[in-house]
Write a protein that binds this ligand. Structure first.
Ligand SMILES: [Zn+2]
Length: 422
């Protein structure tokens, strides 16, 4: 059986393609790119972009331990609906993913239940307690791609230094959640004018910036690489910008809500506007967009963080942090970055394919003959409304429900199989 994808525009930043081109998919791989193709099945991609399956290096699938929020199976379906074919799962499950056996568990569950490729990150420290580093060589051996205590900070600079050094030796990408927890403690939203008006305890930007700065300095000192997760503030972007100018081996990501929304979204006390790090202010949104434009921000991740309605339907202060993001990411990139002219569609796709893949050495995010047929086909001009009942995720915690977005995924293929069809 073979599948011809015809009449589409192939955009593959890794190879520089951005042109009308037909593809032939056979036995799970891309058999032919360009020229005349004929398959036993055909997808007419007229008006659509055909690009590598999207890559997200920051998702929470909640299995094991919190399967009512999301499972590896449901999370993978949400990813497929969003155009993603490879994701890196965070390790703050219950139990946490801090040993080889747990990494193997995630890989086995993914093989049994996921419709896309799930690559686990493991904890940087045992029990995510910030004290003793994990057995990184073993974690790498069984298939972990990164180490992070995401969700928690590593308070000790000495421990963080060793995390960077051991991750480097093991060939794992060290990724950091940046939060001085003593400064952020008790906070539920960004500290500023809006938090004062609403009387909600604030989390100062400095809580994030202090840690980005420290982690960058440690990477500079050790000469190792560092990936900074979910940058949100103007100064946070600038710390990374200045570090790159000095030659520090640092990369960073941001998430769509950090350019789409400000802390003003909290005014309705909507707990779907509560995430960590929190939504910032307009000047920060402007700086995030500037950082994406000038390349300081290397890739886009969603920080897909499902919580059940019961958990989110409580007082703002009490609600858990986090929102789902996989099914709205592409639409928010096109609506918030491409449509206003901040970046080209080609660059947007690079930020969601080749760039994140390179950060975690995933070998994904590119189209080539003989390579896996991991493909996203989307209509960049199609407008659609985000509806809670349409989510494939088990959770519904999105601040974008009701929003109209440009850019709709039509098909997602993983290893040549259609794993989502609009
Ligand atoms: Zn985090």
């Amino acid at each position: 059986m073979s599948l011809a994808i015809v009449n589409g525009r192939v955009i593959d930043p890794a190879s520089g393609f951005s042109e009308p081109m037909d593809l032939l998919v056979k036995d799970g791989v891309i058999a032919k790119m360009g020229g005349k193709v004929k398959g036993t099945q055909t997808i007419d991609a007229q008006g659509c972009v055909v690009c590598p399956g999207l890559v997200d290096i920051h998702v929470h699938f909640r299995e094991p331990g919190f399967e009512s929020k999301e499972t590896i199976a449901s999370g993978s379906r949400a990813a497929a609906r969003g155009g993603f074919t490879t994701v890196v799962t965070m390790a703050n499950t219950r139990p946490v993913i801090d040993n080889a056996g747990m990494v193997e568990f995630i890989i086995r569950r993914a093989r049994e239940t996921a419709c896309i490729k799930v690559r686990p990150a493991a904890c940087a420290t045992k029990g995510m307690e910030g004290a003793e580093i994990t057995e990184m060589a073993e974690l790498k051996e069984v298939g972990a791609v990164a180490v992070t205590d995401d969700g928690r900070d590593i308070a000790s600079s000495a421990v963080m230094r060793r995390v960077l050094q051991y991750a480097d030796m093991a060939g794992l990408t060290p990724m950091t959640h940046n939060e001085d927890e003593t400064l952020a403690e008790g906070g539920a939203m960004n500290e500023g004018f809006t938090s004062t008006v609403l009387g909600i305890p604030g989390i100062p930007k400095a809580a994030e910036e202090i840690r980005i700065d420290r982690n960058v300095r440690l990477a500079e000192m050790t000469g190792t690489r560092l990936h900074v997760q979910h940058v949100t503030s103007a100064e946070g972007v600038d710390i990374v910008r200045r570090a790159k100018a000095r030659g520090v081996r640092v990369t960073c990501e941001t998430a769509p809500h950090y350019w789409m929304l400000t802390d003003d979204a909290v005014r309705e006390f909507d707990t779907n506007a509560k995430m960590n790090p929190p939504l910032r202010e307009q000047a920060d949104v402007n700086a995030i967009i500037a950082g994406i434009k000038d390349g300081t921000i290397d890739c886009i991740a969603t920080d897909h963080a499902p919580h059940t309605p019961t958990e989110k339907n409580v007082e703002f202060d009490l609600a858990p942090f986090g929102i789902i993001g996989l099914e709205t990411a592409l639409g928010l990139v096109i609506t918030g970055l491409v449509e206003p002219g901040h970046i080209t569609l080609e660059r947007a796709i690079a930020l969601m394919t080749a760039a994140p893949s390179a950060i975690c050495n995933l070998g994904a995010g590119a189209l080539r003959e003989g390579g896996p047929a991991d493909i996203c086909i989307f209509d960049p001009a199609a407008a659609w409304t985000v509806r809670a009942e349409d989510f494939a995720s088990l959770s519904r915690n999105s601040p974008f429900i009701g929003a109209t977005l440009k850019g709709k995924v039509r098909y997602t293929l993983c290893d040549g199989r259609i794993v989502y069809h609009d």
